[in-house]
Write a protein that binds this ligand. Structure first.
Ligand SMILES: *Cc1c(COP(=O)(O)O)cnc(C)c1O
Length: 486
């Protein structure tokens, strides 16, 4: 038996490389990344050909490993190159972010030390880091000390968490057919998923009319509520957006708060895209009233440029998370804090207020850049994005494009109507689809489109920290050149 154990120990040794081998591997990966980042300003914003990615599907693990040089080459060709280059400043589609380098290093530190950011007594430092960041965000939105929340993997999970808390707080599954949930057609689809996953399909889901700029028609909401009350229904939950994905519109958060308070409804604000613009003066103005929401979502992997995998959910009354997510288990009895002893949010364990148990220590990738650089460069980058979107909005009209509503934040829509297609939506739509494709194929910048009431629009979303004036000018000159003869 002993000799067998020894043999297995020997065979498993590659899992713990020695110092020399570790340094060697680390150097190869960092020098690959160094080259990648040096080439990034010139790199394609988009590679449509996914043939190299196919090589990955057949590469099942063998009993023996492969050479690291071979693997790095494979990853470069099959993983890094194909698809949209989300690290590029030319990424102007969907909601970009970028991926801060120092956050990648924080992930390295977090993973190499494998801190358990789940239960306070197991990793008090990790929990204090995450809970401090949550408190910082609560302060940013204007919540008081009763508020709390947690860091999630992204906006979808954060929205789901908030919806579950709202469900339990308002007992939405008690006579569900009587409970009405209100949102506009512009709400992110993850909220519809959240309503489905949390079992709220039997509730009455009500679309709120929108203003011409695609923001919520708050008077329309109030009318619906009054009408529903008269019918004996319970208006229970309203979802507003602090920056819609489609057109970047911020609903009138203060006015929605008035209505939610008057009718004793749960008020949720999805700020996954727009929330961190609260760091700017413009953002604070346009999101006035956000602190009156019962729950708020914001995504550090969007507005703070972190690598993907970072969202946050904040509750005005943090206790609601305990009510929905606290649960005991006998194998955790030594580390668990009894519910009645939980008071101090500084030491509260994410496991007690979220759906996760073991989780990535995702706080460090947010903590390190904020501590290292301070808030100022983040605020500057966000202010820059706001101005770039405004600059584009003005310039693109000067070269003959139609535009959507004035950008509230950093997303805007635009399209070109060739003189000969004036009254032909179908042909104009196709023209703009082709134009978007032509811009994509140039590979200098990457944009995407959306369809609103049967009209196709190209869409500009400026949020990567690497997007600057030069990228916007590149797009503008391509648009001008490609429409010159139409
Ligand atoms: C991106 C986004 C989401 C979804 O967030 P993920 O982090 O992608 O899961 C939700 N709401 C809005 C407004 C978004 O822009």
């Amino acid at each position: 038996m002993i000799s067998e154990i020894k043999q297995f120990e020997k065979d498993s040794l590659p899992l713990e490389p020695d110092g020399g081998e570790r340094l060697n591997l680390t150097r190869q990966i960092t020098s690959y990344i160094e080259q990648y980042l040096k080439d990034l300003p010139q790199a394609s914003a988009f590679e449509e050909d996914d043939t190299p990615a196919k090589a990955l599907s057949s590469l099942f693990p063998d009993e023996q490993g492969r050479a690291k040089e071979e693997l790095i080459q494979l990853l470069d060709a099959s993983l890094v190159k194909p698809g949209i280059n989300m690290s590029s400043g030319g990424d102007l589609a969907y909601i970009p972010g970028g991926g801060l380098y120092v956050s990648a290093l924080a992930d390295y530190l977090a993973a190499a030390t494998n801190k358990y950011s789940t239960i306070y007594s197991v990793s008090p430092g990790a929990i204090r880091i995450e809970n401090m960041l949550v408190r910082w965000m609560c302060n940013l939105v204007g919540y008081d000390d009763k508020s709390f929340g947690h860091l999630s993997s992204g906006g979808s999970m954060a929205n789901l968490t908030a919806i579950v808390a709202a469900r339990d707080a308002k007992q939405l599954l008690h006579e569900p057919g009587k409970n009405v949930i209100y949102f506009t057609h512009q709400v992110h689809h993850c909220l519809l998923k959240a309503l489905h996953i949390s079992g709220m399909d039997p509730c009455r889901l009500q679309l709120i009319p929108m203003n011409p700029d695609l923001s919520m028609d708050v008077k329309g909401l109030e009318q619906l509520i009054k009408q529903h009350k008269a019918e004996g229904l319970h208006p229970s939950l309203v979802v507003a957006s602090a920056g819609t994905t489609d057109v970047g519109v911020v609903d009138d958060l203060d006015a929605v708060a008035d209505i939610a308070e008057a009718h004793n409804m749960w008020y949720h604000v999805d700020g996954a895209y727009g929330g961190f613009f609260l760091l700017t003066a413009h953002g604070r103005k346009i999101m006035k009233g956000i602190s009156r929401a019962d729950s708020i979502v914001m995504d550090p992997h969007k507005g703070l440029f972190l690598p993907y995998g970072s969202g946050a959910v904040l509750l005005k009354d943090g206790h609601h998370l305990l009510k929905s997510f606290y649960m005991e288990a006998n194998y955790l009895q030594d580390t668990h804090v009894p519910l009645e002893q939980i008071g101090d949010y500084e030491e509260i364990s994410p496991a007690d207020i979220s759906a996760e148990l073991s989780r990535h220590f995702r706080g460090l990738r947010l903590w390190l850049p904020l501590q290292l650089y301070g808030i100022k460069p983040f605020r500057a980058a966000l202010d820059e994005k706001l101005l770039l979107a405004r600059y584009f909005y003005r310039k693109v009209q000067e070269i003959g494009f139609e535009v959507g509503p004035d950008p509230d934040l950093s997303v805007t829509i635009f399209r070109y109507v060739p003189a000969s297609y004036k009254n032909d939506t179908k042909k104009t739509n196709q023209y703009n689809r082709n134009l978007m494709k032509a811009i994509q194929n140039e590979k200098k910048v990457f944009i995407a489109g959306t369809e609103i009431d049967g009209v196709y629009w190209m869409r500009l979303a400026v949020l990567s920290f690497r997007t600057h004036l030069e990228h916007i000018d590149t797009l503008l000159s391509s648009l001008k050149e490609k429409t010159a003869s139409d």
